[in-house]
Ligand binder design. Structure first.
Ligand code: BTN
Length: 234
């Protein structure tokens, strides 16, 4: 990944720039990185702020040759890559990287263009706090709090791990899931999760082979495909 690469100053969102590249036929693994985004976006319509020089703010183009049913594993592969590249913390399902004390270090946004049963392309956006910016909220962490870091080296490692984890989706998805479970900050905890069907509370017990989160409560098992997880009672 990263053979075709743009390093930009200010953009609306790296997702938007990369989308135009995708429509122009850019190859898989193309990367758009920016210092500042005027309309940086996170999951569930939230805004994503990043301070120039302090974070890694970029998007990678994927053209998966995977069945549509494997697409939900893609966020987990991206989360695992992030965790392996940073070497600290754990994953909040599906793909937030949390510091050892539970603050958010990084987030992943996946936007897929699907036509029929085919995935035309996926825009994989990552925002990672590397240095601690003055405006970073207290519930967020930066990588440098856990040891000396260089943005360039983290970026190189991240692109390498993304490429490896992405290849494992096809070649070794069960092994990928095993490694993901081992990095999970969610499994084994009482959680509450907002789903499109309402709030579910219970014990997070597993990640199913399709990538969904398994939550148990009073003998009932729920499988959650998408949602926002919060730990309860910590
Ligand atoms: C989240 O945790 O909500 C996901 C945050 C993803 C932010 C990144 S920054 C690079 C890319 N461009 C965007 O506008 N968003 C993603």
């Amino acid at each position: 990944f990263g053979a075709f690469y743009a390093y930009l100053g200010t953009v609306s969102s790296t997702q938007d720039v990369l989308k135009n590249w995708a429509l122009d036929g850019a190859v898989e693994g193309s990367v758009v990185l920016a210092e500042r985004q005027e309309k940086g976006r996170g999951r569930r319509g939230r805004a994503w702020a990043s301070e120039p020089g302090h974070s890694l703010t970029f998007s990678v183009l994927l053209r998966p040759r995977l069945p549509l049913s494997s697409l939900p594993l893609l966020p987990l592969a991206a989360g695992l890559a992030l965790c392996e590249a940073c070497g600290v913390g754990g994953l909040k399902w599906p793909n937030d990287l949390l510091s050892p004390d539970g603050r958010k270090l990084a987030g992943v946004l996946l936007e897929a263009q699907v036509s029929g049963e085919e995935v035309a392309y996926v825009l994989l956006g990552i925002g990672l706090n590397v240095h601690r910016a003055a405006g970073l909220p207290p519930e967020a962490a930066a990588l440098e709090e856990f040891g000396a870091v260089s943005r360039v080296l983290v970026l190189a490692r991240l692109l390498e791990r993304l490429e490896v984890c992405y290849a494992r989706l096809e070649a070794d998805s069960q092994g990928l899931l095993r490694d993901y479970r081992a990095k999970s900050h969610t499994l084994g905890h009482q959680i509450r999760v907002q789903t499109p069907q309402g709030e579910i509370r219970g014990l997070a017990t597993d990640i199913a082979p399709d990538g969904s989160l398994v939550v148990e409560r009073s003998g009932q098992t729920h499988r959650i495909g998408a949602g926002d997880v919060q730990l309860v009672g910590v």
